[in-house]
Write a protein that binds this ligand. Structure first.
Ligand SMILES: Nc1ncnc2c1ncn2[C@@H]1O[C@H](COP(=O)(O)OP(=O)(O)OP(=O)(O)O)[C@@H](O)[C@H]1O
Ligand SMILES: [Mg+2]
Length: 370
C-alpha cells in the first residue's frame, strides 16, 4: 500500500492553508467581510475556469472566518433560488415550518438568525451560472435584501463564466453594483506545489518522486486546473497500487492520463442550459458514425430532440449561439472548411476527448433531470 491518508486525494479536501489564492482571499476579506462587519452588505461574483480553487476558497473562508455566519449552498441541488434560501435558513439552525414562504418571510428568518447569533451572514452560492441567467427576480430580492428587507446578508455568487458577458447595463443596474473577482488558472509551478503537498499528506514517504510530480504538473498545465492535476495524481496512485507497485512510475501516470477527459468535466456539463444540452445531444447523434458533422445535420436533429424533451427553440440563430458556447467551453471542436470552387465555407463540428456514446448518455441524463 502506498496510500496512508486517502482523504487528501479527494476533491472535497480543503487544505489547512490554501496557497496561491491570497489575492482572492484578501479581496473577499477587504471588499466584503470588512464592510459587512460595519453593517454594509455587499455582493460579489467569483468566477474562473474549472479547478481554479473557487469552491475550495469558499469552504476555506467558511472554516476560517468564525466572526460571520458563512453558509455554503450549491445551486445545482435546488430547483429554485427560493428552495436554496429555505435550505440556507435550515442550515443556519432555523426551523422552517412551511416550504411555502415569501421572500419577506425568508429574509425575516435571516434577520432573526443573525440577531440571535450576533453575527452577520454571508451566503455563498456555488455553481450559480444558471441562476444568474434565469432567476433574475429571485436574484433581485437576494442581492438587494439589505435595502428591501433590512437584512444584513452579503452574497457571493460562484460561476465559471464572468456573468457580465450575459448581462445588460440595465440588468446590472437593477441588481445593484457588484464587484467580481477572477480565479486565474494556476501555473505549472503552482500545480506542482499543490500536488506535492497533497502527495506528502496522502502517501507513504518515498512512494512518488519529484520527477513524477513535475510531469503531472506539466500535463495539467494547459488546463491550469488543480482539479486535473489532483485527478491525475489520484489515478496514477491507484493504478500503481493495483499493480502492487511500491512507487508511482511514468507508465502509471501515462495510464492515468489516458483515463481522464479534462475537457468534458461534469461541472462543465452542469453549466449548460436546456437548449445547449439539446444541441449537444444532437451533435452526438450526428457524430455516431462520422468523425465530424455539419450544421445542417444538427439543425435538423435538434428540432426532433427539442420536441422529444420539451425544449423551446425560437430561431436557428439560438442554435448557432449554442454551438459557439459549446466550442468556447471546449466540449466540441469547430472547424471552418472551404466547400471548394467558390462555394463558400462550411462549419464542421467534432468531439475528440470523450467517446460520443459516453457523452450522449450523460447529456441525456441531464436533460431528463432538468
Ligand atoms: N490553491 C490550492 N491549494 C491546494 N489545493 C487546491 C487549490 N486550489 C484548488 N485545489 C484543489 O483542487 C481541487 C479543485 O478545486 P476546486 O473544487 O476548488 O475548484 P473549482 O474552481 O471550484 O472548480 P469547478 O469549477 O470545476 O467546480 C480541489 O481538490 C482543491 O482542494
Ligand atoms: Mg467548484
Amino acid at each position: 500500500m502506498i496510500v496512508r491518508n486517502p482523504d487528501a486525494l479527494d476533491f472535497s479536501y480543503v487544505p489547512q492553508k490554501l496557497r496561491f489564492r491570497d489575492v482572492q482571499i484578501e479581496t473577499i476579506r477587504k471588499t466584503m467581510l470588512e464592510p459587512l462587519r460595519a453593517g454594509i452588505s455587499n455582493n460579489l461574483v467569483a468566477f474562473g475556469d474549472s479547478g481554479t480553487g473557487k469552491t475550495s476558497t469558499m469552504k476555506y473562508l467558511a472554516r476560517e472566518e468564525k466572526a460571520f455566519i458563512i453558509v455554503y449552498e450549491n445551486a445545482l441541488s435546488f430547483s429554485s433560488l427560493k428552495m436554496l434560501l429555505i435550505d440556507a435558513l435550515y442550515n443556519m439552525g432555523k426551523l422552517v415550518g412551511s416550504r411555502n414562504m415569501s421572500y419577506s418571510d425568508i429574509f425575516r428568518g435571516f434577520n432573526l438568525v443573525s440577531q440571535k447569533k450576533g453575527r452577520k451572514i454571508v451566503l455563498v452560492i456555488d455553481e450559480a451560472t444558471n441562476l444568474i441567467k434565469f432567476e433574475r427576480d429571485g436574484l433581485y430580492n437576494l442581492l438587494r435584501a439589505g435595502e428591501i428587507y433590512s437584512t444584513p446578508v452579503s452574497t457571493i455568487l460562484v460561476s465559471m463564466e464572468d456573468p457580465s458577458i450575459y448581462m445588460t447595463e440595465r440588468d446590472r443596474k437593477s441588481l445593484g453594483v457588484f464587484s467580481s473577482i477572477l480565479f486565474n488558472r494556476y501555473s505549472e509551478d503552482e500545480l506542482v506545489r499543490i500536488i506535492e503537498e497533497r502527495a506528502r499528506i496522502a502517501m507513504v514517504p518515498g512512494s512518488i518522486n519529484d520527477d513524477m510530480l513535475r510531469h503531472i504538473g506539466h500535463v495539467a498545465e494547459p488546463f491550469g486546473s488543480a482539479r486535473v492535476a489532483i485527478e491525475l495524481l489520484q489515478k496514477s496512485i491507484y493504478i500503481c497500487e493495483y499493480r502492487d507497485g511500491t512507487s508511482v512510475s511514468i507508465e502509471d501516470v501515462r495510464a492515468a492520463q489516458s483515463m481522464i477527459n479534462p475537457y468534458v468535466t461534469e461541472s462543465k456539463l452542469n453549466e449548460l442550459d436546456p437548449l445547449d444540452l439539446a444541441v449537444l445531444l444532437s451533435i452526438c447523434h450526428c457524430l455516431r458514425d462520422d468523425p465530424s458533422t455539419s450544421m445542417s445535420c444538427v439543425l435538423e436533429d435538434v428540432r426532433i430532440v427539442s420536441e422529444q424533451f420539451g425544449v423551446t427553440i425560437r430561431e436557428n440563430t439560438a442554435i448557432y449561439r449554442s454551438v459557439k458556447r459549446l466550442e468556447n467551453l471546449g466540449i466540441v471542436e469547430g472547424r471552418v472548411v472551404g466547400r471548394g470552387d467558390r462555394q463558400g465555407v462550411a462549419k464542421l463540428i467534432g468531439i475528440n476527448d470523450i467517446p460520443v456514446s459516453v457523452l450522449e448518455e450523460k447529456v441525456e441524463a441531464l436533460i431528463r433531470r432538468n
